[in-house]
Design a binder for this molecule. Structure first.
Ligand code: BGC
Length: 711
């Protein structure tokens, strides 16, 4: 259907709708909360959407909506398929967004989106509330795992790619689903990292740091955007017309529909206290540009009354319903209310292979004194730590263990491989011995046995200690004030370290923790975050050199909780420039954005930059003895500018795979906008003057070659 015919069809539908039907079209009903009977009642009223309902339950609702509501407008079903269609226990579970971002490869995100879409579609659903485009800057926040890390450029590249994977070229085909860029905007920046609290942000900062990933999402054609829980300068994001109407629609040209986050309209009354009644809150939300109202079903009666009382123009509802119906038509839901998907594709071999690849690519090796890959002289490996064999911790948030209602008792569904199982299999294959002991749990518990773990490890040749966090420490309302290893994990490390044998620490966690000496005093430190189904197998492959770890950190590791936030693209300050940090700690991270090593090493030389063509080139050589993949990172710094600008900002990266001794000439072509800033008048401009281009292995100064130039 061309856009003209589609617009005409929307107007035709709209003209036949009553006020009640328009209000209902704007409602998204939470199935797991209201239950079947109430859900069916909403379907008959013509509710526009339902969330968190799968398979046959969804089919029943769709049938009811289409056959028993007056107009038979199809329902659009949404679900949080954020790292795979993971609320379904047979789906392919990918690494978290944070872990996937370690690949620094948008293709990994694209495939993740494509596979997830296919599996969601096969369950009869249309829409995922993903990707998260919030930035993970304050790592105390409970939802760091859901982000693509701390950097707007990387988050935008990964975000646009996963959106293309979800939505494909044509939303009407049977295998692609609607994506949702969330949470608009600045949600992760809440004060003190306290989930859903206010955000200290100006519109200038919003445009400079937080808007770019959403711009890329809109440019990639994202069909829906979800508002955030927080507030900007005292105005809840859900009712902030400037960001929703002027910026998102007006400037970015977003043409899909906006959905609130969970119960945002009620929160205006009960939590944020900017409205006295549901009616007031509903009017505010509708006027600000929210098209679909998630879970606050009171909105239905409230807006109907408000329109009747002359407090709200019916045209506001028309506009919202227009946006929703347009997407439903783009998706061809009127003709094909159920996506075809690919019967039998949930967890099929092709999808599992994609998840394995993503897990492999998400590993970041951060220190290694040569202990890895494990040498043939190692005949027995001791795997220690409860996270080595905890599939819930390996998955992290947003699976059938955590949503739609927490269910940690759910029987884990194979195929998955924990670190323990991966190392056991790798040892068996090589005729080596392997022993496992949990030592202690991640949270304090009664049955700790550190002495037992030491005994188990005593006659091994190498220890693999897995530390991290568990799902009780991850997600909404699970922000952490203390990022140091919880429970007795550090004590366990010290006791094992005292054995004096090769010790490799592996981090299975939702975020960068303040791992301290558990990383720096280990012989090697491997970061695995939440690696999905095959996270444990990937770790084993890396330990034995079956894969050459190639991930890079999309987020910085703090030395201590009190150092947070410690993101690389900070603004310059006096003390920082004097080379000082805190009086008791440096202000540099323990591990920096972009960092990561493998079993190869790369040397850089010959940086060139042409200020006329804005083309740069650099030679990269693999000086190691194993084929490896390097992520060549380009940063810039505006030397003198009208406002403070970051000490460096990523503007591009390229990956090259090189054989031992091989050199590649890697080139970049920039635009003037790549060197831009947002000025005090909130305009994105490139100011003339001196700049620095930095290209190299990571965001650390010592890893970068520099070229100065003038624009
Ligand atoms: C979260 C969203 C999610 C929604 C629906 C909210 O609490 O903030 O990210 O999509 O619930 O599950």
């Amino acid at each position: 259907m061309d856009s003209k015919t589609m617009a005409a069809r929307v107007e035709e539908l709209l003209s036949g709708m009553t006020l009640e039907e328009k209000a209902a079209q704007m409602i998204q009903v939470p199935y797991a909360i209201v239950g079947r009977e109430e859900a069916l009642r909403w379907a008959r009223l013509g509710a526009g959407s339902f969330l968190h309902v799968l398979g046959d339950d969804a089919r029943e609702i769709q049938k009811t909506a289409m056959e028993e509501s007056r107009l038979g407008i199809p329902v659009i079903f949404g679900i949080d398929a954020v790292h795979g269609h993971s609320l379904n226990d047979h789906a392919t579970i990918f690494p978290s967004q944070l872990a996937a971002a370690c690949s620094f490869d948008p293709d990994v995100a694209y495939v993740m989106g494509q596979v997830t879409a296919r599996e969601v579609a096969t369950d009869g659903l249309h829409w995922t509330f993903a990707p998260v485009l919030c930035l993970g800057r304050d790592t105390r926040w409970g939802r760091i795992d859901e982000t693509f890390g701390e950097d707007p450029y990387l988050a935008g590249e990964m975000g646009a790619a996963i959106i293309r994977g979800f939505q494909g070229d044509d939303l009407a085909d049977g295998e692609h689903i609607l994506a949702c860029a969330k949470h608009y905007i600045g949600y992760g920046e809440a004060v003190g990292a306290r989930d859903a609290c206010d955000t200290e942000m100006t519109y200038r900062k919003l445009r400079e740091v937080f808007l770019p990933p959403f711009k890329k999402a809109v440019d990639a054609g994202v069909g829906s955007v979800m508002t955030a829980y927080g507030a900007i300068d005292g105005t809840p994001f859900t009712v902030d017309r400037t960001s929703l109407k002027d910026i998102l629609r007006g400037e970015l040209g977003f043409d899909g529909f906006v959905v609130t986050d969970w119960d945002n309209v009620n929160a205006l009354v009960r939590r944020q206290h900017v409205a006295e009644t549901a009616r007031q809150a509903s009017v505010m939300a509708a006027k600000a540009g929210n098209d679909m109202i998630m879970t606050s079903t009171q909105f239905y009666d409230a807006v109907i009354e408000a329109v009747r009382a002359g407090e709200l123009e019916e045209s506001v509802l028309d506009e919202a319903v227009r946006h929703i119906l347009t997407v439903k038509l783009r998706m061809n839901l009127f003709e094909k209310p159920e996506k075809a998907g690919r019967p039998g594709c949930l967890g099929c071999a092709e999808h599992l292979a994609a998840a394995k690849d993503a897990s492999d690519r998400s590993l970041v090796l951060l220190t290694n004194n040569g202990v890895l890959p494990l040498q043939p002289s190692v005949r027995k490996v001791a795997v220690i730590g409860s996270n080595a064999d905890d599939i819930r911790a390996q998955y992290g948030d947003w699976t059938y263990f955590t949503h739609p209602t927490p269910n940690p008792e759910h029987e884990p569904v194979r195929p998955y491989v924990t670190v323990k199982e991966g190392v056991e299999a790798a040892c068996a294959k090589r005729g080596m011995a392997c022993v496992y002991h949990r030592g202690c749990s991640v949270l304090d518990s009664e049955d700790e046995d550190i002495a037992g773990a030491v005994e188990a490890a005593r006659d091994a040749d190498a220890i693999v200690l897995v530390v991290g966090d568990v799902i009780a420490q991850t997600g909404e309302e699970k922000d952490r004030a203390v990022l140091e290893l919880s429970g007795r994990q550090m004590e366990l490390f010290d006791a094992l370290r005292a054995l004096g044998m090769p010790l490799i620490t592996v981090l299975v966690a939702s975020k960068p923790l303040a791992v301290g000496r558990a990383a720096t005093d280990a012989d090697a430190f491997l970061c695995a975050f939440n690696g999905g189904l095959f996270g444990g197998e990937a770790v084993a492959k890396a330990l034995f050199g079956e894969i050459n770890p190639s991930g890079r950190l999309p987020i910085s590791f703090p030395r201590a909780s009190g150092q947070v936030p410690v993101y690389y693209n900070s603004l310059p300050g006096w003390h920082k420039q004097a080379g000082k940090g805190y009086c008791d700690l440096p202000d540099t991270p323990l591990y920096a954005f972009g960092e990561g090593m493998g079993y190869s090493a790369f040397a850089y030389d010959g940086l060139t930059f042409d200020a006329q063509t804005l083309e740069a080139g650099v030679n990269v050589t693999n000086t190691g003895s194993m084929t490896g993949t390097e992520t060549v990172q380009a940063y810039f710094h505006d030397v003198v500018s009208s406002v403070l600008t970051p000490v460096k900002q990523l503007i591009a990266f390229r990956q090259v795979t090189l054989a031992p001794g091989e050199t590649a000439h890697v080139t970049f072509r920039f635009t003037r906008e790549d060197f831009s800033l947002v000025n005090r008048r909130e305009q994105r401009v490139t100011e003339p003057g001196e700049f620095e281009l930095m290209i190299g292995h990571s965001s650390r100064d010592g890893d970068l070659l520099k070229a100065s130039f003038r624009l």
